[in-house]
Design a protein around this ligand. Sequence first.
Ligand code: SAM
Length: 261
Amino acid sequence: MSWSPTQYLTFAAPRLRPALDLFARVELDAPALIYDLGCGTGQLTQLMAARWPGARVVGVDSSAEMLARAAGDAPSARIEWQQADLATWAPPPAATGAPQLIYSNAALHWLPEHATLLPRLVAALAPGGVLAVQMPRNFEAPSHTAIADTVLAGPWRDRLALMLRPSPVASPAWYFGVLSPHAASVDIWETEYLQVLTGTDPVKEWTKGTWLAPFLAALADDAERARFEADYAARVRAAYPPRADGRTLFPFRRLFMLVRR
Ligand SMILES: C[S@@+](CC[C@H](N)C(=O)[O-])C[C@H]1O[C@@H](n2cnc3c(N)ncnc32)[C@H](O)[C@@H]1O
């Protein structure tokens, strides 16, 4: 899908917080090689370069738009940007050896086959290295189920229904079962953030930056997009009504994993 850095960064603060919470839990003193998978606009990639000044840091993403924004915002000689599809990506042989840290915030839920993808990433680490992953696990919430409801209720149903898919993120216990045979330790937890949003239809604006975007892109024209957006907005407004002070509360659950090889 095509990513819009501007739409994604509309909610930069609440999107950054889980990334920082994961980052803070990584206990590595001096990693030599770090990959930030699905680095997007590179905010965390920059923080990794700052936290570990001796490390070679590589941000990997499939989106040319996101990488262009990342390279523009962080013109550091110590950060490299690679365009690649994570479905087939593997760390290239490097003079510094295998990575000590593979970090991925809010990206791997876009990829299928977690049963093979995640063990493959653990296997790519240097011994003692860490895979740190955060993914949303909010796919049963109205913000996401209203997308399916809108798809199935409109004249676009036949074109868009094939794009609906079940939750791409499994339970914590499932990930523990998949990862523990390949790891020295597996630490998994969830956090539900009570996000406080402002503005008109902020939940719609939030999902427009991520999960809603491919559905909007698949519609015929701007007029149909406007009808779809209005239908979806009405559904999420009912599920997340603005408070009297104009703010909208949007609970959002996220899954975190720290896997040490
Ligand atoms: C929600 S953004 C997260 C960006 C960044 N990690 C952050 O936390 O701000 C998801 C990113 O994953 C990237 N992505 C999604 N699928 C991908 C794939 N198959 N290969 C590489 N990158 C992918 C997107 O291009 C996008 O930049």
